[in-house]
Design a protein around this ligand. Structure first.
Ligand SMILES: O=C(O)CCC(=O)C(=O)O
Length: 322
């Protein structure tokens, strides 16, 4: 059988190199750019240029219900394989695939205030390829090294092209002190082909402490010669959208305040995964969602009544309020 040609090879040995990006950042399709919740031209241009966008105080009314839901979810999902702890302690680091266990989170992922801008940037319908809550507890929340998400999704999940993004909601204030996401604006315009080789079940360790797909210091030095680092700060309820190839990472949280975020990775339905390019077995369903059916935005933004009705409910199948 013919293997698909790999436009973005990575982890093929000892070499590391900066390659050109071969895909657009913003995909134009007028069918998806004229909704009630479309981004403005300036917002789209800024996303194209910088690889990320912050919409301050965008969904403040979702913050308390989501935080309550996450507290309940931690109990409901206790012992599940979707839960990952910090590398050096039993403190919870990440809850994967929360939308499959929560009617509220499932509905938030289809709220038109999020899904319409996502479809606008991707120029197509989309599905949730991955979703996670990164808890980053006070004092104990550990760092994430520099990486491009696309590099991992390409090598380990078979995402063919750069046509995906992460939309995430701040559920606590994200400050300079509590381990905010660091991004390198403009870094999404090149691709770092990283050194190394992916071993079997790499995800079991990488999701606690990533080593593969992390550029070497000399490569990062080269990138940072002409790019800055920006800390993404904001009030609870702010929405951030970052492009799949944007270099990002974050420091330890040594402050007294948790930094909790809810992330939805949307992939274009025109970019469904193929066999992983790293020649490894596909990762589990909670890292690369096998349900690639296009999401329909809810008919209207979630109201307080919807939120009350959806709260603390386990089964997304009954959550369709559209
Ligand atoms: O939550 C963080 O600080 C980092 C998250 C991250 O790097 C990722 O989800 O890829």
């Amino acid at each position: 059988m013919n293997e698909p040609f790999d436009l973005y090879p990575s982890r093929t040995g000892n070499r590391e190199s900066l390659l050109p990006r071969l895909d657009p950042v913003v995909y134009e399709d007028p069918r998806y750019s004229h909704s009630e919740f479309s981004l403005t031209e300036d917002q789209v241009a800024s996303y194209e240029e910088n690889g990320f966008l912050v919409i301050p105080d965008y969904l403040p009314e979702l913050v308390s219900p989501l935080n309550e839901e996450i507290d309940s979810l931690k109990d409901r999902m206790a012992g599940a394989e979707e839960l990952y702890t910090e590398p050096d302690s039993n403190a919870l680091r990440t809850v994967f695939k929360p939308f499959a266990h929560s009617r509220l989170i499932d509905s938030v992922s289809r709220d038109p205030r999020i899904l319409q801008p996502v479809m606008q940037l991707l120029g197509s319908q989309a599905y949730i390829m991955q979703s996670r809550i990164n808890v980053k507890p006070a004092f104990t929340g550990k760092s994430f090294p520099w990486h491009s998400d696309f590099e991992t999704w390409h090598v380990e999940d078979g995402m063919p092209r750069m046509r995906a993004l992460t939309a995430w909601i701040m559920l606590t204030e994200n400050t300079a002190h509590n381990g905010p996401l660091y991004v390198v604006p403009g870094s999404h315009k090149r691709y770092i082909s990283c050194a190394g080789r992916t071993g079997k079940d790499n995800y079991k360790t990488s999701l606690k402490r990533q080593t593969l797909g992390v550029p070497r210091q000399e490569t990062m030095r080269e990138v940072l010669e002409d790019h800055d680092i920006v800390a993404v700060e904001g009030k609870p309820g702010s929405l951030v959208i970052h492009e799949c190839n944007l270099l990002h990472g974050s420091p330890d949280n040594i402050s007294a305040d948790p930094r909790t975020i809810l992330m939805f990775v949307y992939n274009s339905v025109l970019n469904r995964p193929v066999a992983p390019f790293g020649g490894v077995e596909p990762r589990p369903h909670y890292l690369s969602n096998p349900d690639t059916a296009a999401l329909e935005p809810l008919a209207a933004p979630l109201t307080e009544e919807d939120i009350r009705w959806l709260g603390a409910g386990p089964a997304p199948a009954t959550a369709r309020v559209a």
